[in-house]
Design a protein around this ligand. Structure first.
Ligand SMILES: [Fe+2]
Length: 380
């Protein structure tokens, strides 16, 4: 039994309940979960909560490490190492790194940027230099002229675990309100109003030329390679019907309760931003994540642009919504994202699951990360 570690005196957040007890780990896997007093020689968790490690499907936080200021390019290796550390310290043990292919007005990747990022992450992972498990989420801007080329370049070299299909054409989906589009892209790009209007016309031309054929090609690429698909910013029943036809698994950021409910009822997992929960609403003026949770149609939270929002958001749902409960909120950041993307080996505190664990203490309603374990090894 020398290679067995036991963590005792913990409040275990299981899938449906919280119990006082202990967890035994061996060779990176949970081998036993017990209630009450633990075997001797165990490690004392001090009565703190023990959660499964968090699983993050959609974070664009790497971009702010790569470009800490407009036009400033930080060395890629340093950016990835700092990003990995920040995610680990936020309690995230599995991340789907979101890398974009296809130009959009707020982000013009350099040629082969997505491929270079995934290359570097794989190289660091191969040398054992990353703390958490990294997967690839390829974010595809459907209407961009170069999206298929960019997607194929990454997929020819690496395993991709999630493909999202994004359409940010002004007047639709996330930006049904044209003023919201002008505010967002004007703020990010710094373009004057006349240029924004010219850009809007260009975006409409791209939609007409590319949307249908690129979407079909990307869906075919995903299915051929057995990659889960996420839709993005579905707003209307027509959007959801399109997602159902394309066998989409995750609906990222639906913008209306109607589309979220239709997705949820069609076994498409509804993903919303944890910052939206913490802040109390959407920065684009669309439906609030908390409202979807209250309506019973929220399945997954994502940290989006603030890694620490993932844990905070889950605890806020449990705190604010009467009867919601912490186990259900925690499922939205652990087992639900794992299963939606086909990961069955993690996401729960249960025998046979990966020993990815997170020790949390709540102080003044704020959950504090005290320790993080990945495959049974302490990483924070
Ligand atoms: Fe979007």
């Amino acid at each position: 039994m020398s290679n067995v570690t036991v963590i005792r005196n913990a409040r275990l957040v299981l899938t449906d309940e919280i119990v006082e007890g202990w967890v035994a780990l061996s060779d990176g896997v949970i081998i036993e979960v017990g209630r009450g007093a633990a075997p001797t020689g165990s490690y004392d968790a001090g009565g703190d909560l023990l959660l499964p490690g968090l699983i993050e499907l959609h974070t664009d936080h790497l971009e702010s490490h790569l470009r800490p200021r407009p036009k400033v390019h930080w060395p890629m290796r340093l950016a990835i190492l700092a990003y990995d550390m920040q995610l680990a310290a936020s309690g995230i043990t599995t991340v789907f790194d979101s890398v974009r292919v296809g130009n959009d007005a707020d982000y013009t990747p350099e040629r082969s940027e997505a491929r270079n990022i995934v290359d570097e992450i794989a190289a660091l992972h191969g040398r054992g230099l990353l703390r958490i498990d990294h997967r690839t989420h390829l974010r595809c801007e459907i209407c961009a002229d170069d999206v298929l080329e960019g997607a194929r370049e990454v997929m020819d070299a690496h395993r991709v675990d999630l493909i999202s299909l994004m359409d940010h054409t002004p007047g639709a989906r996330q930006f049904a309100n044209l003023d919201a589009w002008r505010t967002y892209y004007g703020g990010k790009s710094g373009l004057p109003v006349s240029e924004l209007d010219r850009l809007m016309t260009h975006k409409h031309d791209l939609f007409a030329r590319n949307y249908a054929r690129h979407r079909k090609a990307l869906v075919d690429l995903a299915h051929t390679n057995s990659v889960a698909i996420a839709s993005h910013d579905d707003s209307t029943p027509e959007h959801v019907r399109e997602s159902i036809a394309d066998n989409v698994r995750v609906a990222e950021f639906p913008t209306s309760e109607e589309s979220a409910r239709l997705s949820h009822d069609s076994s498409i997992s509804v993903l919303m931003g944890a910052p939206n929960v913490v802040r109390g609403g959407s920065h684009s003026g669309n439906v609030a994540a908390e409202a979807l949770a209250r309506a019973g149609v929220l399945d997954i939270l994502s940290s989006d642009y603030v890694p620490a929002a993932l844990l905070a958001g889950a605890f806020e749902l449990a705190r604010r919504i009467e009867g919601y409960g912490l186990p259900r909120a925690v499922r939205s950041v652990t087992v639900n994202p794992a299963r939606a993307c086909g990961l069955t080996d993690r996401g729960e505190i249960a025998p046979g699951q990966a020993a990815d664990l997170l020790r949390v203490r709540v102080v003044d309603d704020t959950p504090l990360v005290r320790e993080v374990y990945r495959n049974g090894q302490r990483i924070i």
